[in-house]
Design a protein around this ligand. Structure first.
Ligand SMILES: [Zn+2]
Length: 251
């Protein structure tokens, strides 16, 4: 069942799409560059739709080991801490499992190997929807830069959905593992500029914030951070939204 209403010209989902229309459990795979990207991009949606019967899985491409300005912290110590933080955040939201590819933070590049890794997880999890970051935008509202790892993860995720995971002779070695080709039906790109769909997360916005605060190496005690996110996510009517560019795949 999908109910939508108009808000700033966008479709606003008040319920997850077709979660109870007899299609069985719907799975979603979130393909993110770093630990914490998934919570920022779609943590509210993951929590909300999981409560409505979806199963969410995370695939984190890098180890996040450059994400600290603390001179006492080292990349070797940071990587496992960030994995633990990511798992704790995912647990809070009801995410079923988290997979890590462990590429070097800040060095994610579009390779055949990375594409194959993402395709393999799509064929393994067989998601109805893939969520990912925006691969197109470089400069956002003239105020910040969309991290190169985010752009790369988003582009690889989209190319993995179509055509790579669908085509039998792309990565045929997966067949030997028993992994068949898979058609993803929808892509949700957490978007800065081109949203056509948003999810009202007002009821669980505090849970999203708690999940983000599990990333202790990133947000410290969180006071400054809370102020930042509340302003960023709230619309004029006081509701909290996650905005996406939703792509419904035509077959
Ligand atoms: Zn990131």
């Amino acid at each position: 069942m999908e109910r939508t209403s108009s808000l700033e010209g966008l479709a606003v989902s008040e319920a997850s799409t077709e979660a109870s229309e007899g299609h069985g459990v719907k799975r979603a795979l979130v393909v993110a560059a770093h630990p914490d990207d998934s919570e920022f991009g779609c943590g509210g949606t993951a929590a909300l739709w999981s409560r409505q019967g979806w199963e969410f899985y995370y695939l984190v491409c890098t180890n996040g080991n450059k994400g600290s300005a603390d001179p006492e912290m080292t990349p070797e110590r940071l990587a496992p801490l960030r994995q633990e933080e990511q798992r704790a955040a995912a647990r809070r939201l009801g995410v079923k499992d988290v997979f890590f590819l462990n590429y070097e933070d800040g060095e994610l590049s579009y390779t055949r190997k990375l594409l194959g890794d993402v395709v393999r997880h799509i064929r393994l999890i067989r998601p109805y929807a893939v969520f990912t970051s925006d691969p197109e935008t470089i400069i956002v509202r003239d105020s910040f830069v969309n991290h190169s790892d985010h752009r790369c993860a988003g582009l690889v995720a989209i190319d993995a959905v179509y055509p790579a995971a669908r085509d039998r002779w792309n990565f045929p070695e997966h067949l030997e593992e028993g992994l068949e080709p898979h058609n993803v039906k929808e892509i949700y790109i957490w978007s800065m500029d081109k949203g056509n769909f948003c999810v009202d997360i007002t009821d669980i916005v505090d849970l999203k914030i708690q999940a983000l605060l599990e990333h202790k190496t990133q947000f410290g005690d969180g006071a400054e951070f809370l102020q930042f996110v509340k302003e960023r996510w709230r619309d004029e009517s006081g509701r909290y939204l996650e905005r996406f560019r939703r792509v419904v795949m035509f077959r």
